[in-house]
Design a protein around this ligand. Structure first.
Ligand code: PLP
Length: 219
């Protein structure tokens, strides 16, 4: 199947209101263009330099989403153009995004990345730390940062019960936090190539799919 065919087949399974981030990390710009020409506009990248180089080379109406762990000293590379930073996992990173967004006179949408998976290596806030950060009021002093919701990566396992547990967990936290943020808090980003059909059952509004569109990545 071509990239266009895979994209269309995935799109046909997504309910109204669920957006698709085509995860193009490690794939060349020609593949992104193929998806773009099939109508896709939202692309996800995990490395700031790679995203900046692709953004420079590709059509300007692409909506760039940062999904990978972001070091604070790299925020400035993407602040002028990035639409959404989906992997905000520390107060320091949020503060740096505020600073760089202010410099660019922009408001940058973010998702708070929550750690619910079994693997200790995965990034994201522990739930208790996230509650504490939100309660601290730090975000209220960040007018150039708009919190749109939550993101997580489920445990990497074939055990569907564990994946369901992870998605149920994040859905509960999402529902708990929503009243704090109100209307703007409308994005629950869960679901990747292998688990997005399950994520949709737990209220995903934004799936992030790479392999199932572009094939295996060559690192
Ligand atoms: C790489 C990546 C994806 C896409 O994974 P696939 O299994 O290729 O669909 C989604 N989300 C994040 C955070 C990623 O790093």
């Amino acid at each position: 199947m071509s990239i266009k065919q895979r994209l269309e087949s995935i799109m046909s399974t997504l309910p109204e209101g669920v957006s698709l981030v085509a995860v193009s990390k490690f794939h060349p710009t020609e593949h992104i263009l193929e998806a773009y020409n099939a109508g896709q506009r939202i692309f996800g990248e995990s490395r700031p330099q790679e995203m900046a180089a692709k953004a420079e080379a590709l059509p300007k109406d692409i909506v760039w989403t940062m999904i990978g762990h972001l070091q604070t000293n790299k925020v400035k590379l993407i602040a002028p153009f990035v639409s959404l930073i989906a992997s905000v996992d520390s107060d320091r990173l949020a503060a740096e995004i505020e600073k760089q967004a202010a410099k660019c006179e922009r408001i940058i949408d973010i998702l708070l990345e929550v750690h619910v998976a079994d693997e200790e290596t995965k990034s994201g806030w522990d739930i208790a730390e996230l509650r504490e950060f939100i309660a601290s009021g730090a975000l209220e002093a960040m007018p150039h940062v708009r919190v749109r919701g939550l993101m997580t990566i489920a445990t990497n396992t074939d055990d569907e019960a564990i994946i369901r547990r992870d998605f149920q967990n994040i859905k509960s936290i999402f529902d708990e936090l929503k009243p704090t943020f109100g209307e703007q808090f409308d994005t629950l980003s869960i679901g990747m190539s292998d688990d997005y059909p399950i994520a949709l059952e737990y209220g995903s509004t934004m799936v992030r799919i790479g392999t199932a569109i572009f094939g295996a990545r060559v690192y």
